[in-house]
Design a protein around this ligand. Structure first.
Ligand SMILES: Cc1ncc(COP(=O)(O)O)c(C=O)c1O
Length: 367
């Protein structure tokens, strides 16, 4: 049950599967970029050739997201973990200011944990009581009227919970961790103050963080900050404050090109992702309780499908047999257990069909 190149179907949560055509292009250009005569790994980040790579990746992101003039794209390092620190550092300029954080899972919890170092933390909602299986309704949120910002995680990668409808926060800028669902669906950038995503799930490889930032927020950045941690310094330097992760930016550009040219953009990939996720959720729902989905139905992620079986032994058997069938990396996160199938943009439909069939067969034999 492997695909044509005997590559397995890899359901890793990240770093995760890449489109095969992207891997092939990287391979074919590895020794020499067309017209350059050197590998992308060997050229200066200040060269004209890298200018083209950076501009190309930026303009493809702008095209995919219909980027308005009010916002700009930045490429930073340090993963989403560093963003959790940079947000409060930059935007809580006084200790008396408050950041609202909506905690819908493990990543939101980590974001919240960094805030109090720099200012007041207000947990606007916390899904702990329901094991982080849902997102709040607007009237459940305890928002602070003059908060410096409100943060949420649009797709909780570990719990498989998706924030489908953004909350209304008035004039308070919405800062969103989109690490595991950026580019999975059309996006209305105007609603966001800041979007950030580590690329290794849906936008490329580890090493680069894609940011889309509302320019007017740059005026709020605390100018006492160490330069490297100041968004406005990175903005002024056009993502080249220091040597950027050149190879990772190149790969993000190729992934965006694949999305535009082979997948028909974000509306079309969104339908593809819905179709893939439905195959797995249908197996869960039709299994008479053999499989139990973690997320509440309305808040199900279409990127990370998280479920359990009745016993840990059965889960171990499921994982062993799935691996033998060429369906790998399905083990749930160590904090939650169970099974997690990460089915980002680049997971082919054949991989999900194989997994759905495997789930049906496994339930029939062991139910
Ligand atoms: C939603 C979310 N936020 C943050 C992170 C952390 O990203 P990084 O390891 O790049 O710091 C992850 C990665 O697993 C994630 O899924």
């Amino acid at each position: 049950m492997t695909n044509t190149n005997s590559r397995v179907f890899n359901f890793s949560a990240g770093p995760a599967v890449l489109p095969e055509v992207v891997l092939e292009q990287i391979q074919s250009e590895m020794l020499s970029l067309p017209g350059v005569g050197s590998s992308v790994l060997e050229i200066s980040h200040r060269s004209k050739d890298f200018d083209e790579i950076l501009n190309d990746a930026t303009s493809r992101i702008a095209d995919l997201t219909n980027l308005p003039d009010t916002h700009e794209v930045l490429f930073l390092q340090g993963g989403s973990a560093l963003q959790n620190v940079m947000m409060p550092m930059n935007f809580l300029t006084e200790k008396s200011q408050t950041a609202d954080v909506i905690v819908t899972g493990a990543w939101g919890k980590k974001t919240a944990a960094e805030v109090s170092r720099f200012g007041n933390l207000n947990i606007a909602w916390d899904g702990n009581d329901s094991s982080y299986n849902k997102v709040p309704k607007q009237d459940e949120l305890q928002l602070t009227p003059n908060a410096a910002y409100c943060h949420l995680t649009s797709n909780e990668t570990i719990q498989g919970v998706k924030y489908w409808d953004l909350p209304e926060t008035g004039d308070v800028p919405l800062l969103v961790d989109k690490s595991s669902d950026l580019f999975s669906e059309p996006i209305d950038i105007e609603k966001y103050g800041l979007i950030y995503a580590c690329a290794q799930k849906n936008a490329g490889i580890a090493g680069v963080n894609v940011l889309i930032l509302k320019k007017e927020l740059l005026d709020r950045c605390d100018d006492r900050l160490p330069s490297y941690l100041d968004y406005s310094k990175h903005s002024k330097a056009g993502s080249r404050f220091n040597t950027p992760p050149t190879f990772a930016i190149y790969v993000t550009g190729l992934v965006c090109k694949w999305l535009q040219e082979e997948k028909g953009g974000l509306a079309s990939i969104s339908q593809f992702n819905q179709d893939k996720a439905s195959l797995l959720y249908n197996e869960i729902d039709q299994s008479n309780g053999f499989y139990s989905g973690h997320a509440a139905k309305d808040d199900r992620s279409i990127m990370n499908v998280v479920f359990t079986l009745k016993t840990e032994d059965l889960e171990t058997q499921f994982l062993t047999e799935a691996t033998q069938a060429g369906l790998t990396t399905l083990k749930g996160h160590r904090s939650l257990g169970g099974i997690r199938a990460s089915i980002y943009n680049a997971m082919p439909i054949e991989g999900v069909e194989s997994l759905a069939q495997f789930m049906a067969d496994f339930a029939r034999k062991n139910g």
